[in-house]
Design a protein around this ligand. Structure first.
Ligand code: GCV
Length: 732
């Protein structure tokens, strides 16, 4: 609790005479101007509920609490509820052992009251889920939070807090929540030197140098935030892994973090460098079929579990972008994954083997390569292997159609990989709510088993009855005081967790929750901020990569536009490879006349993508090379439509700016100012993207920018010659 709150509380408890009230007012005014709203508290802000009627109602409904359970998880749940109630209500319910307490919390095992109130049927298959129910008995109301596990109880506690923070009624609750996906994991691309690959929010959270001796309180706050949205795993280090992570000193550091996260139900995982047996084990090979190599990994895994008894397992990037892997020894991805899986199996550990593979030596469309490689391996992986697939087939672009592997490997559990860090969506200066992107992918129909076989059904295991399920988000978290760089980027951490728990949630419902918990419960402000968020990703698509364009950013650091990039050492790292603009038209022909990537989708999905009359405009240039003069559904030619999207994108940023201006006075000044300034940067950068792309593509189409549009500020050469140094997210 900060000094301000302590003083406020002390003054209140002394006496309520006029003097103390005046003093409270003075101190409030002083400290509210002295302490800034940094955003550190994320959506976990426990400030007094401002709606007095609601406040009084909660106070009367939550007078006494009977919370059973003594585990480390129960302890942190108790602590959380105590600080939430203190902050939100300004008072804590009285702790009691009475069965008539207004709030009963526990498991049927540790709470006889819960055992008598909740039927076994209600608890059936609850796993780490929970119930939150209101009972009415002889005119008395009682709220019960019950879980089968203490982790479930902790999640239930966070649910109740969420209800209060979003000011929902507690009078008739019948909530039964079960996580749809078992492993809900953040992937940190954090390097041991403190840098974060594609990180735009400062440096790594992990102070490797001070670990294991010193664990900062921030690690606990990180765990609290994750648990509050149901995230239950974290991969600490970059997939471009350093083998040192698996040496004893670093394992002890990882163990110290695991100790902090454990009470919050969060397991630690590590990215494993495939060549570790050579680099730190002194072996001559890392061949997965070599008995010495197998033995080395078994011993290494045993050692890890000695330090971290609940270690989650390994994440592996192999034979991709220069990383070592089983193919170096003529072995398959399944050989590599299975060797690690065998080492982890005795400890219930899992392998998350990434399908993000492509090679410029392979003479096929990059978008096809993961499927080509992995589809034939379907069913060949051990039971404790998840194949981790990016949401789209290229690389986290502002928009991609769903990855064709979803629905194509029924005998293998596939894990979704989303990118929360905004590598291709404006870093941490552009406002992008990605709940809409997550939802678009999860709701996409693979048609794998007929209409309605959504990507979410693949990932939750529902489609092919897999028990082992997973979802990963490449973290956007760093040492920045507000964790994510942009105040709105926090919503992507939040929505990833919420949708990982329940992919059925709508993007708008999640945005609504997040706004209420992070900014305000003011209905008008919520409506405006929600409108900004819901349109924000489409706005970015419009000024960066409309109509299915992709991978046209600047080379290497990926900051800003670079549709002209052509000499990158390898074709699949250029932009011209993807947009294929020429005098006739633009777009990548992935139909049967081109790379035929379309054939990797099931026939119904493929038919829709192949048919120019049916394909949604948003995927047009992903799959088709279209003539500049062709008419689209809008009646516009492709050229006019393309230009209008670029201009619309910039206009919509200006609209967000004016919407945000209207929030003055509705939210705190600090975050208001921060977002306003970032939107100004975004507006400038949106114009930069628009002008650079429109001028570049015009050099092929030879067609005019309609006179009604503002002229680009510079000529094409100006944009092509811009150079940037020390851009965050890469090692310069
Ligand atoms: C961790 C893209 C990024 C790389 C990243 C890679 C991956 O290529 O630019 O920085 O590497 O994806 O997902 O492995």
């Amino acid at each position: 609790m900060n000094l301000f709150k302590q003083l406020q509380r002390r003054l209140k408890s002394v006496n309520r005479n006029c003097v103390s009230m005046c003093l409270t007012l003075v101190i409030t005014l002083y400290y509210s101007s002295a302490f800034s709203e940094t955003g550190y508290r994320l959506w976990m802000r426990y400030d007094r509920i401002e709606n007095n009627k609601q406040l009084e109602q909660y106070r009367s409904q939550l007078q006494t609490i009977n919370f059973q359970g003594h585990s480390i998880t129960a302890q942190v749940a108790k602590k959380e509820i105590s600080s939430a109630f203190n902050g939100l209500l300004g008072t804590e319910p009285k702790v009691t052992l009475s069965s008539s307490a207004s709030l009963l919390i526990g498991t049927p095992e540790n709470s006889p009251q819960i055992k008598s109130l909740i039927t076994p049927k209600e608890l059936l298959n609850l796993s780490d889920g929970y119930l939150v129910k209101t009972f009415h008995n002889k005119g008395q109301q009682q709220i019960v939070i019950a879980g089968l596990t203490e982790k479930g109880v902790l999640y239930g506690v966070f649910h109740l807090i969420r209800l209060m923070k979003t000011q929902q009624s507690l009078s008739a609750l019948t909530i039964r929540e079960i996580p749809s996906i078992k492993n809900r994991v953040l992937n940190h691309w954090d390097n041991l030197d403190g840098t974060v690959e594609r990180g735009y929010a400062g440096t790594s959270l992990w102070e490797w140098h001070k670990l294991p001796g010193f664990t900062q309180t921030r690690y606990t706050d990180y765990a609290r935030a994750n648990a509050s949205v149901g995230i239950n795993g974290t991969v600490l280090n970059n997939v471009n892994a350093n083998a040192l992570s698996l040496t004893k000193p670093y394992l002890l550091k990882a163990a110290a973090l695991a100790n902090v996260f454990r009470p919050y139900g969060i397991k630690v995982y590590l990215s494993a460098r495939f060549s570790s047996p050579i680099e730190i084990g002194g072996l001559k090979t890392a061949d997965p079929l070599d008995p010495e190599v197998k033995r080395w990994w078994s011993m290494k895994v045993k050692e890890i579990y000695a330090y971290i008894p609940d270690f989650g397992g390994f994440l592996v990037k192999a034979n991709s972008e220069g990383q070592p892997g089983p193919q170096n020894y003529g072995r398959s991805h399944a050989d590599g994954a299975n060797m690690l899986a065998d080492a982890l199996a005795p400890f219930d550990g899992i392998v998350m083997w990434r399908a993000f593979v492509y090679d410029d030596k392979v003479p096929d469309d990059r978008a096809k390569q993961a499927y080509n490689e992995f589809k034939p391996l379907d069913g060949k992986f051990r039971a404790n292997v998840l194949v981790q697939v990016k949401n789209g087939a290229v690389d986290f672009q502002p928009r991609e159609p769903f990855h064709p592997l979803f629905g194509a490997m029924p005998a293998t559990p596939l894990m979704m990989e989303f990118q929360l860090t905004q590598e291709y969506l404006g870093f941490s200066t552009h406002l992008a709510y990605l709940g809409t992107l997550f939802k678009e992918t999860l709701a996409a129909d693979t048609y794998a088993k007929g209409k309605g076989s959504t990507v979410a059904d693949v990932v939750t295991g529902k489609l092919d009855q897999h028990q082992l399920t997973g979802i990963a988000g490449v973290a956007n978290i760093g040492s920045d005081v507000n964790w994510c760089g942009h105040p709105f980027a926090q919503s992507n951490w939040y929505s990833f967790g919420r949708m990982a728990w329940n992919p059925g949630l709508s993007a708008t419902a999640v945005a609504d929750e997040w706004i209420r918990m992070t900014f305000t419960n003011d209905i008008n402000a919520i409506a405006t901020i929600k409108e900004m968020m819901m349109g924000s990703r489409e706005t970015i698509v419009n000024y960066m990569t409309p109509l299915g364009l992709h991978h046209i950013m600047a080379r290497n650091h990926h900051y800003g536009p670079g549709p002209w990039v052509k000499d990158a050492g390898r074709a699949d790292w250029t932009s011209v490879y993807y947009h294929k603009a020429d005098a006739v038209g633009i777009g990548f022909d992935r139909t049967a006349t081109g790379s035929n990537a379309i054939a990797q989708y099931s026939p119904d999905a493929a038919r829709e993508f192949a048919d120019l009359a049916n394909i949604p405009d948003k995927y047009l240039l992903w799959f088709h090379h279209v003539k500049w003069s062709d008419k689209l559904r809008s009646g516009n030619t492709l050229w006019d439509e393309l230009v209008s999207h670029y201009y619309l994108g910039v206009r919509d940023v200006a609209k967000m700016q004016s919407q945000w201006k209207a929030m003055a006075g509705k939210i705190d000044e600090d975050r208001f100012k921060e977002v306003a300034e970032l939107l100004e940067i975004q507006h400038e950068e949106a114009k930069w993207w628009r002008d650079a792309c429109v001028l570049y593509f015009q050099s092929f189409s030879g067609l005019p920018i309609p006179a009604s549009y503002e002229k680009p500020a510079h000529d094409l050469a100006y944009y092509e010659n811009l150079r940037f140094y020390f851009v965050p997210g890469i090692k310069n």
